[in-house]
Design a protein around this ligand. Structure first.
Ligand SMILES: N[C@@H](CCC(=O)N[C@@H](CS)C(=O)NCC(=O)O)C(=O)O
Length: 203
């Protein structure tokens, strides 16, 4: 069975959510998030820089959340949650999935990393700058979404899972209100039964 090493409220939610949407059996192992454990030889052997999530599926071990979502959808989705490669929406699907981690979540992570690295010397202008960069990403998502139900239109896809978890991080760490349209999208995402089960799976 697929095993997902995870810590609550982190990117492992993406892999769990994909499993839930696709009804793939999986189990979650909540790890000890201390650096001691994450940088231990035991954990580094499955996650080379000591981060979560890690997904194991038989002989496959993965430690990038976006790659996990992509893999689960391609391997187990039977065409669900993604357009086919010759669909004109396919590049858009890839683009927003990548944007979610490489650009959007990465800006939000700067806030977390800065606070964790300098708990007694948080540099307020740096936090303001990181929040500003994260909000520019949010606005890009908002413009692209427009009045659509999901990023690709009527079909919920892996790109929504990727962006959805970036939005949960935005709420927790940027703490700026969403526009009404973004609020509606966020509500559509977080009231999906699979998302609700995802949150239950990590507690
Ligand atoms: N690009 C990786 C990032 C993984 C990552 O940064 N994970 C965070 C939790 S969401 C972590 O383990 N942080 C611990 C640290 O930075 O030391 C992914 O998408 O899986």
């Amino acid at each position: 069975m697929i095993k997902i090493y995870h810590f609550p409220n982190t990117r492992g939610l993406r892999a769990i959510w994909a499993c839930e949407e696709l009804n793939i059996p999986y189990k979650v192992e909540i790890i000890d998030f201390s650096q001691n454990f994450r940088l231990s030889p035991q954990f580094i052997s499955i996650s080379p820089i000591g981060k979560v999530p890690v997904l194991q599926d038989g002989d496959v071990t993965m430690c990038e959340s976006g790659a996990m979502v992509h893999y689960l959808i391609d391997k187990y989705g039977s065409g669900k949650l993604r357009p086919s490669i010759d669909d004109p929406m396919y590049p858009t699907y890839l683009e927003w999935g990548w944007f979610a981690e490489a650009t959007f979540t990465s800006s939000i992570s700067e806030i977390i990393r800065h606070k964790r690295a300098f708990p007694k010397a948080i540099h307020a202008p740096a936090i303001i700058e990181f929040k500003k960069r994260s909000t520019i990403c949010l606005e890009a998502v908002s413009r692209f979404l427009g009045t659509k139900e999901w990023l690709l239109g009527e079909i919920f896809s892996g790109a929504d899972i990727m962006i959805g978890i970036a939005l949960t991080s935005y709420v927790r760490h940027v703490e700026e209100p969403f526009s009404p349209a973004m609020n509606d999208y966020f509500e559509r995402l977080t009231t999906r039964p699979a998302f609700i089960r995802t949150k239950q799976a990590e507690s």
